[in-house]
Ligand binder design. Structure first.
Ligand code: G3P
Ligand code: MG
Length: 243
């Protein structure tokens, strides 16, 4: 591998520690990631918490749809190895500007506005806007976030190739796309790069896959296993969320 590749811990470092937990964030930081990605939902009470699925069954000892449980009850669940479901606030406290924070908006019940408010507080407290990167598959929600907090960069998540090509990124005020590894298309990536942007791919857990994607123009990967790429197997570049 000759091209510097940005290494982002996926859901913390889910191959190493329970996903979307503080232990996962610690593990990713210990491994020296350039950034950490995690999934955020909003509880009807207004709280922002980390969870990938809409249901609790796969990653906790709870059952059913997460937002139907009271927030206190949600917080008492075991999210793996005794870890609790963390809030966004706790997670930002733990990461404390030590790497890029990629927040994926998973729900669209006010989540974008609530995340924007929380990040504004962090900016007021001295965090730089480019220490954050907010992404979502729900592109109208991403647009809503950008309207609320334009200083923070956003990335569009795709599980395919948009018909409008890289033009859609422009409409979002973004220059960054996060692509499913199986749908990475060299022409799309080239168009994004020609417009001054970049593409990262998820979820990449082997050096062979990273090499193939790098050949297609990908410059960053989301991985469950940062330890397979760090410190040296793949050269990695210090990064910021701003292009
Ligand atoms: O943000 C990259 C990746 O996390 C998107 O897919 O399903 O793992 O949240 P998912
Ligand atoms: Mg995610």
């Amino acid at each position: 591998m000759t091209t510097p590749l940005t290494i982002i811990g996926h859901r913390g470092a889910r191959g190493v520690a329970p996903e979307n937990t503080l232990a996962g964030m610690e593990a990713a930081l210990r491994l020296g990631v350039d950034g950490i990605e995690f999934d955020v939902q909003q509880h009807p009470d207004g709280e922002l918490f980390l969870l990938h699925d809409l249901t609790l069954d796969r990653t906790t000892n709870g059952r059913g749809i997460a937002t139907t449980l009271g927030f206190d009850a949600l917080r008492r669940l075991d999210a793996g190895h005794g870890e609790r479901i963390p809030t966004l606030d706790e997670t930002l406290d733990l990461i404390d500007r030590r790497c890029l924070v990629n927040i994926e908006l998973k729900t669209w019940n006010g989540c974008a506005d609530a995340v924007a408010r929380m990040l504004q507080q962090r900016l007021d407290a001295g965090w730089a806007a480019d220490q954050f990167l907010v992404s979502s598959f729900h592109l109208p929600e991403l647009l809503r976030f950008t309207a609320a907090l334009p200083a923070v960069p956003v990335a569009a998540l795709y599980c395919g190739i948009p018909l409008a090509g890289s033009e859609e990124l422009r409409a979002l005020g973004s220059r960054q796309a996060h692509l499913a590894d199986e749908f990475v298309d060299a022409d799309y990536v080239a168009a994004v790069r020609a417009a001054g942007g970049r593409c990262w791919a998820y979820t990449v857990n082997t050096a062979d896959a990273a090499q193939r994607l790098t050949d297609l123009g990908i410059s960053g990967i989301f991985t469950d296993h940062p330890e397979r790429f760090l410190p040296i197997p793949v050269p990695h570049a210090p990064m910021s969320g701003v292009l």
